[in-house]
Design a protein around this ligand. Sequence first.
Ligand code: SF4
Ligand code: SF4
Length: 399
Amino acid sequence: MIDLENISFDHCLKCTVCTAYCPVARVTPLYPGPKASGPDTERLRIKNPELVDETLFYCTNCKRCEIVCPSDVKIADIIQAARHRYASGSIRPRDFFMSRTDLAGSLATKAARLVNALTGTPPVKWGMDAVFGISSSMDMPRYASGAFRTKFRKRADEQARFEKSLVYFTGCYVNYFDHELGNAVVKSVNALGWGVALSDEKCCGVPLIANGYIGKAKKNAIHNVEALKKAAGPGRPIVVSSSSCAYALVNEYPNILSVDNGKVAPRIRFISRFICEELAAGAAPALSPLALKVAYHAPCHLSRVGGAVHTVELLRRIPGLSLTLLPSECCGLSGTYGYKKEYAKIARDVGERLFDQIAEAAPDIVVTDCETCKWQIEAHSPYKVVHPVTLFARALGEG
Ligand code: SF4
Ligand code: SF4
């Protein structure tokens, strides 16, 4: 399943910069850090695949070690692959359920009010904590009523009237939790002259990879590459509004799952980059001022590919915004990691510096491109968090 030829542990210079920057190693002595868990031990694991242990599961797959590595070692990818080898065959009901976002989302959105009410009550939270190991210190995300992609079918004709069209990979977050963001993306690209089509997508695979279900993640990846090829045809762009989905579609499919995405990856754009490129090419939609003091948190996976620069540019285009760029920090949640009882305190400790920086900036609202950063910041601070495109769409005015 994992192509070891793609794994670059032999380039490690043993400089330990990665360990100095690892947010998990900073807050707990239980995790030996990226150098020790990644390239150092991989040399031994290749000879003896049984040299894996639970400490690998402390890694959040935030990729910050890869950002700073001077030798381009795919440290986090090495660790994810080793975790898969360790976890294969074990039965973990909580991890199974938390990583099946399409299954959970398609059921929960049918009775969202009831599910949200139940998962918000203390007895249910304590029960989930005691029985499944889902930390009662975190609020469960609130589901939307119905699925975005189902509702969007009614808009297909209206979108087909545009001369140009693109494919929007909504991700599970927009589909099951945040229809406002999905509508903001549609409104924003419509204002730039593009109609929207959806593909027959499945979960991008991020939670499956994080929980060690590499085989299922690979199946989803193969499905998504084929679905995007079919929907995008020979020339349509593909936009993504979740920074983690975008990272997986472009980078983790080939690097961790050995799935060839060569036909679609060059056309995938994170949404803020797509909008900025359109504005640079001459699109000039009318933008109303938004008198807001905003603090921007760049998510780890977007920072890994240098994509935060586009979001900063996008926010600077909105008149009236007073923008504070928060120093680069990991929020700690990392998808399902911070919801797990055994890691919830570590996740919170990792995010503490970010929460302090937000408090110091004292914004009206926090902006980030990642849904799980939003959940973590909202759980541990009094601030509301929105996606940058939600603000851009608000600046576009009516509708
Ligand atoms: S930063 Fe890169 S080169 Fe340095 S120890 Fe870590 S993996 Fe090795
Ligand atoms: S991915 Fe993040 S948590 Fe994992 S080793 Fe790298 S820096 Fe540490």
